[in-house]
Design a protein around this ligand. Structure first.
Ligand code: UD1
Ligand code: CA
Length: 434
C-alpha cells in the first residue's frame, strides 16, 4: 500500500494582492486560505502534510500550527518558482513508497471529490496525473496541451504561450500527483529559461513525456480551481464559497428563506429543520442543532445553539456562548461568553456578558449585565425560575438565587437569595405642583 503525502506550496510573494499580509493569510469564509488545502489533505487521508513557506513567515507558521500541529514546515529561502519550491521539500519525503499530491496555497475551493478522481486516475497506471479545468476566460493560467491520443504533452504558462496556445481553454489548476521518485528525478532537469526566469513545476509534464511516462489530465469545475492572485480573485472565491455553503445547507435540510443573503464561515455547522431568515451572518465556530430559528439581521459567532432555540431578529451572539434547548433571544440582545439554560429568555434590548442564567428564567427588557469594572471582567450567576424586571443593572460579581425577583429599574450590587425580591432604586415621591 502506497502512503499518500501532501505538499502545499505557499511561499509565493503574492505581490498581486497589493497587501502587507501574506497571500495565504487572506481569508475566505473567515478562514485563512492556507487552512483549505490542509483540511483537504486531511480529508483525503494524507499520512503526511508538508507546507513550503517563504523566509520570515512566522505569522503563516503560527496559523498553520494552530490549525494542524503535525503539518511539517519547509522554508524556501528565495522564491525561484513553483518547481524550486517542490525541490526545497525533497528531504521531507524519504520513504520509497510515497505518492505526493501537490496542492497550491492559493487555491482554496478544490473539492474532495475532484482529488479522489485524480487519485483514481493515478492508481490506474498513470505516472503523472494533473487536475485541469475548462475556462472561457483562461487569462493568466497555464494552458494544458493534449495530443490526439488524450495524453497531456505539456503545460505552457500564459506568459510563454504562443498566440495559438493562448487560445487553448483547458487550464492547469496547479494540482498534480506522482510518485516521489518520479517528481524528484524529473525536477532536477528543469531550467528557468522562460519569460519569468522561474523554475516552473509545470515543466514536469514535458520532462515526463520525454522520459516516456504516462501523463494524463482530468477536469474539475472552474469554480473549484479558481486561484487567488489579486483582490478580485479573492472576492470571487468568497462568492463561490458562499454559493457552495448555501447549497450544502439546503441539501442537508436547512431552510434558507433567501439563500443569497445568508453568509457562512468555513466551519458553520447547521442542524436539520433549522430555518434561517434573510440577512443572517454566521461568523467562525458556530454550531446549531436541529429546529433552530434564526430571524433576520442576526450575527452569530463562536456559539453552540441547541435545538428549538429562537434567535433575533437583530440579535448578536458572541464567542463562548451556549444556548440550551428552547432558549429565546429576541431583538437587540447581545450575549457574550454566557450560558443560558433550558427555556431561559431574553427577549428585548439586553447585554448579557460573562453570565450563567438558569432554566426558565426571564431577563426583562433593557437589562444590562455590568460585567466590567474598568479593569477586569466579573461573572454573574442567575438561578432558575427567576425574573429580572425591565431596565435592571446587575453589577458583577453577583449571585442571584432561584425563584428570585428583581424589581424593574433596580441596580443590584449584592447577592440576592433564593425566593426573595430585591429592590434597588429610590422610592417614588409625588408632590403637588405650585
Ligand atoms: C500557477 C501555475 C499555472 C496554473 C496556476 C493555477 C506554475 C509555474 N504555474 O501559476 O500553470 O494555471 O498556478 O492557479 O506553477 N509558490 C511558492 N514558491 C514560489 C512560487 C510560488 O511556494 O517560488 C506558491 C505560491 O505561494 C502559490 C503557488 O505556489 O500558492 C502558485 O504560485 P503562483 O505564483 O500564484 O502561480 P501562478 O502564476 O498562479
Ligand atoms: Ca496563483
Amino acid at each position: 500500500m502506497k502512503s499518500l503525502s501532501v505538499l502545499i506550496l505557499a511561499a509565493g510573494k503574492g505581490s498581486r494582492m497589493q497587501s502587507k499580509l501574506p497571500k495565504v493569510l487572506h481569508e475566505v469564509g473567515n478562514a485563512p486560505l492556507i487552512y483549505y488545502p490542509i483540511k483537504l489533505a486531511k480529508n483525503v487521508g494524507a499520512n503526511k502534510i508538508v507546507c513550503v513557506v517563504g523566509k520570515k513567515s512566522d505569522n503563516i507558521i503560527d496559523k498553520i500550527r494552530s490549525f494542524s500541529d503535525y503539518t511539517e514546515i519547509v522554508e524556501q529561502p528565495k522564491q525561484l518558482g513553483t518547481g524550486h519550491a517542490v525541490l526545497c521539500a525533497e528531504e521531507s519525503f524519504s520513504k520509497s513508497n510515497e505518492t505526493i499530491l501537490i496542492l497550491y496555497g492559493d487555491c482554496p475551493l478544490i473539492s474532495e471529490k475532484s482529488i479522489k478522481e485524480l487519485l483514481k486516475l493515478k492508481n490506474n497506471g498513470v505516472d503523472l496525473a494533473v487536475l485541469g479545468f475548462e475556462s472561457q476566460n483562461p487569462k493568466g493560467y497555464g494552458r494544458m496541451i493534449i495530443d490526439s491520443a488524450g495524453s497531456l504533452k505539456k503545460i505552457v504558462e500564459a506568459k510563454d504561450a504562443t498566440q495559438e496556445e493562448s487560445k487553448v481553454t483547458f487550464c492547469n489548476s496547479g494540482i498534480m500527483i506522482a510518485e516521489r521518485q518520479t517528481i524528484y528525478a524529473l525536477l532536477k532537469n528543469i531550467s528557468n529559461e522562460n519569460s519569468a526566469g522561474e523554475f516552473y513545476l509545470t515543466d514536469l509534464v514535458k520532462k515526463a513525456n520525454e522520459a516516456n511516462l504516462v501523463v494524463r489530465a482530468i477536469s474539475c469545475p472552474e469554480n473549484e480551481a479558481h486561484g487567488i492572485n489579486n483582490r478580485l480573485d479573492l472576492a470571487k472565491a468568497e462568492e463561490h464559497f458562499q454559493t457552495s455553503k448555501r447549497l450544502e445547507a439546503l441539501e442537508k435540510g436547512v431552510t434558507l428563506v433567501a439563500p443569497n443573503t445568508v453568509f457562512f464561515s468555513f466551519d458553520t455547522d447547521l442542524g436539520i429543520d433549522t430555518v434561517v431568515e434573510p440577512n443572517v451572518i454566521f461568523g467562525p465556530e458556530v454550531s446549531l442543532k436541529d429546529n433552530v430559528k434564526v430571524k433576520s439581521f442576526s450575527y452569530l459567532e463562536g456559539c453552540i445553539v441547541k435545538s428549538k432555540v429562537t434567535i433575533g431578529p437583530f440579535a448578536r451572539i458572541r464567542p463562548e456562548t451556549i444556548l440550551d434547548e428552547g432558549v429565546k433571544v429576541g431583538n437587540f440582545v447581545e450575549i457574550k461568553k454566557s450560558k443560558l439554560y433550558k427555556n431561559a429568555k431574553a427577549s428585548h434590548l439586553s447585554y448579557i456578558g460573562d453570565a450563567s442564567i438558569g432554566e426558565d428564567t426571564n431577563v426583562g427588557a433593557g437589562t444590562i449585565f455590568c460585567n466590567y469594572d474598568g479593569v477586569s471582567k466579573h461573572g454573574i450567576e442567575v438561578g432558575k425560575n427567576s425574573f429580572i424586571g425591565s431596565n435592571a443593572s446587575l453589577v458583577a460579581p453577583l449571585k442571584i438565587g432561584d425563584r428570585a425577583m428583581i424589581a424593574a429599574g433596580s441596580t443590584i450590587t449584592d447577592e440576592v437569595e433564593k425566593d426573595s425580591l430585591a429592590l434597588g432604586r429610590a422610592r417614588q415621591i409625588n408632590k403637588f405642583k405650585k
